[in-house]
Design a protein. Structure first.
Length: 301
């Protein structure tokens, strides 16, 4: 069991990816094509002042997540320059870009202020970040790299490899920014269609969507439940508008094509415990989301 790939184990145990996206509205993407360690950001050789600046930004903006990105190992997007991209994910995105001469220039950036502003998304279209960090989990390298290459073949300007995104049991996993859709169990053959769908304002294959990173996981689960029930792939078709804790879980308020809906959402343990990481001997239980819609919708799965 310990030597098995966690992604295959999860699929064999019937795990659902619904409602498992990483929760972070704000993202800072820093180009670094060097080999990445298990803790890629923390171990990056950028110097103390850079790490102090990042710590200050994350203290100011707790939902800021920092990722390393690269076109490929030892491949710079623009040799001699460092790409840095800040994104506020969601239906009203903000995208800011900088081209730096050295990592020592990072502390001068006003990242929280930039992300709290307003402005258009990148005209170039979606960014697709595929996790390939094999030092963190073997599944991400084994299955993530072919997916990353497929994105690069289909849309080179959209394709970035990235450090750990979370949820390697769903590898290969990828994040689309700025809309914030987190996918799992992707296939190389999916990627051209996935990029095309997001360029057209749609999701690709709802069964592989983990959720939207700018939403809490109970909201992710409710929104995906309704999307799957209706076959609604348009990005603005379903959106979470409210979340309240209840004795049993959460009450989630959703707007579906302009109409209000309410779902009761909770988690239950299901199936046989299994290791959630490659090489781990610790079998962990799997908790699945349950969604029940109020009388204005039929009961959901």
């Amino acid at each position: 069991m310990a030597s098995a790939f966690c992604s295959r184990l999860a699929r064999s145990h019937g795990v659902s990816p619904r409602g498992t996206a990483t929760e972070a509205t704000h993202w800072l993407l820093i180009e670094d094509p060097s080999p990445w360690s298990t803790d890629a950001v923390e171990d990056a050789a950028w110097g103390p002042s850079v790490h102090e600046a990042i710590a200050g930004w994350t203290d100011t903006m707790p939902d800021l997540r920092v990722q390393l990105i690269r076109r490929g190992l030892q491949r710079w997007d623009d040799p001699g320059r460092i790409r840095c991209i800040a994104v506020r994910a969601g239906p009203r995105p903000v995208v800011r870009e900088w081209s730096l001469g050295a990592y020592g220039d990072l502390p001068a950036l006003r990242v929280p202020e930039a992300l709290r502003g307003s402005g258009p998304a990148l005209e170039a279209g979606p960014l697709v970040l595929t996790c390939v960090n094999g030092r963190r989990d073997a599944c991400c390298a084994k299955w993530g790299r072919p997916v990353a290459q497929a994105v690069a073949d289909a849309a080179p300007e959209a394709a970035w490899q990235t450090s750990h995104l979370g949820g390697h049991r769903f590898a290969p996993t990828a994040l689309v920014l700025p809309d914030g859709t987190h996918y799992g169990w992707l296939r190389p053959a999916d990627m051209a269609d996935l990029v095309g769908a997001h360029r057209d304002g749609h999701l690709h294959d709802l069964d592989r969507v983990r959720g939207a990173v700018h939403q809490p996981r109970p909201v992710q689960a409710a929104c995906l439940s309704l999307r799957q029930r209706r076959g609604a792939t348009a990005l603005p078709a379903v959106r979470g508008v409210g979340l309240d804790e209840t004795d049993e879980g959460w009450a989630v308020r959703v707007r579906a094509e302009g109409e209000p809906r309410t779902a009761h959402v909770w988690q239950e343990q299901e199936g046989t415990p299994f290791p959630h990481s490659c090489g781990s001997r610790e079998a962990k239980p799997q908790r699945a989301w349950r969604v029940r819609w109020t009388a204005d919708e039929a009961a959901g799965p």
